[in-house]
Design a binder for this molecule. Sequence first.
Ligand SMILES: Nc1ncnc2c1ncn2[C@@H]1O[C@H](COP(=O)(O)OP(=O)(O)O)[C@@H](O)[C@H]1O
Ligand SMILES: Cc1ncc(C[n+]2csc(CCOP(=O)(O)OP(=O)(O)O)c2C)c(N)n1
Ligand SMILES: [Mg+2]
Ligand SMILES: [Mg+2]
Ligand SMILES: [Mg+2]
Length: 324
Amino acid sequence: MDEFKFIDSIKQNTYKQPSLLKGIGDDAAVFRQNYQDVVTAVDTFVENVHFSRKTMDPYHIGYRVLAANISDMAAMGATPAYYMISIVIPENWSESELQQIYQGMDRIASTYKMDLIGGDTVGGSELVVSITIIGFVDKQKARYRSTMQDGDVLFVTGTLGDAAAGLHLLTSDKNDLVQDNNYLIDRHRLPTPRVAFAQALSTLERVTLNDISDGIANEASELATASNLTVQLYYEKLPKHPKLKQFSSEQQRAFQLFGGEDFELVGSVPQKDWDSVLQAAKKTAVKISEIGNVLYEPNGSNNVFLIENGKKHVLEKGGYTHRS
Ligand SMILES: Nc1ncnc2c1ncn2[C@@H]1O[C@H](COP(=O)(O)OP(=O)(O)O)[C@@H](O)[C@H]1O
Ligand SMILES: Cc1ncc(C[n+]2csc(CCOP(=O)(O)OP(=O)(O)O)c2C)c(N)n1
Ligand SMILES: [Mg+2]
Ligand SMILES: [Mg+2]
Ligand SMILES: [Mg+2]
């Protein structure tokens, strides 16, 4: 199938978003926006960096790359609406494998009523999928990393370390363990972005949010730096799924602090709004945990401290760094 037939095969027949004027089929897409702010991000997925054929089926690749982008919309408090795909296709990927990638994306796009409105197709030596996502948020309601304040409650959704544990199992040679751990594997392959929870916070005046793609140590550091404040985390308060307890305590610690790819949300609110956060979590059936607090320290700004066994120390960023 040539490039043009391929594009035709992945083109939607109908669109769901009412603001779309032109989708696939011209030089660019057009949508009309009157009252809300437009929120956009791009995330790229590269074979043997973000996935390998051993860790993901083509369906999972599509699902997860779009999930990662939707998670950035959740972290902004936005509602995802459109996406554009740029794909580099190597010779050795079959037609059916490519269709499965698109089926994975289509699955999660349908959940959020998102439309595919364009992209680009080229040949190359490694599979690369890059997605540009576009969403909307009510004016004054985008959630920035820079808005934390002294005295805020620090919270996180879901449980931490699951996706890293799943990846660890998928890259080990213990096939029997993989079968016993569908939960952890699915957390790696089919993550759930916390869009509904972030939207349920929309009535609150001030909420700071960041999504966990690179591990809580790194994401908390991004929040501390952007807000020019200190973040204090309690190790014992980090939410842990029972399935994580099969690993050594060192492994659990590494997965939870530095693992990443859980696509949970970490954030902060003023103490007075903590009850509303609990209610939003309940309403959207999301687990929520208070894991620390935000403070102003004249000499400790931009730092993350971890309190572990009653002892406080600076938490290094850790996480995954490209091109160090
Ligand atoms: N190559 C690049 N060119 C321009 N902006 C970039 C580039 N890479 C990252 N950014 C920007 O830097 C910021 C942080 O990016 P990143 O760490 O990838 O965020 P996230 O973890 O939420 O995906 C974002 O505003 C992103 O748009
Ligand atoms: C085969 C394989 N090896 C390693 C990883 C782990 N990994 C790759 S990238 C990454 C961090 C997140 O990726 P990045 O591109 O930094 O996402 P962003 O922060 O931009 O959302 C992690 C933990 C993986 N998912 N798959
Ligand atoms: Mg990114
Ligand atoms: Mg992000
Ligand atoms: Mg990153």
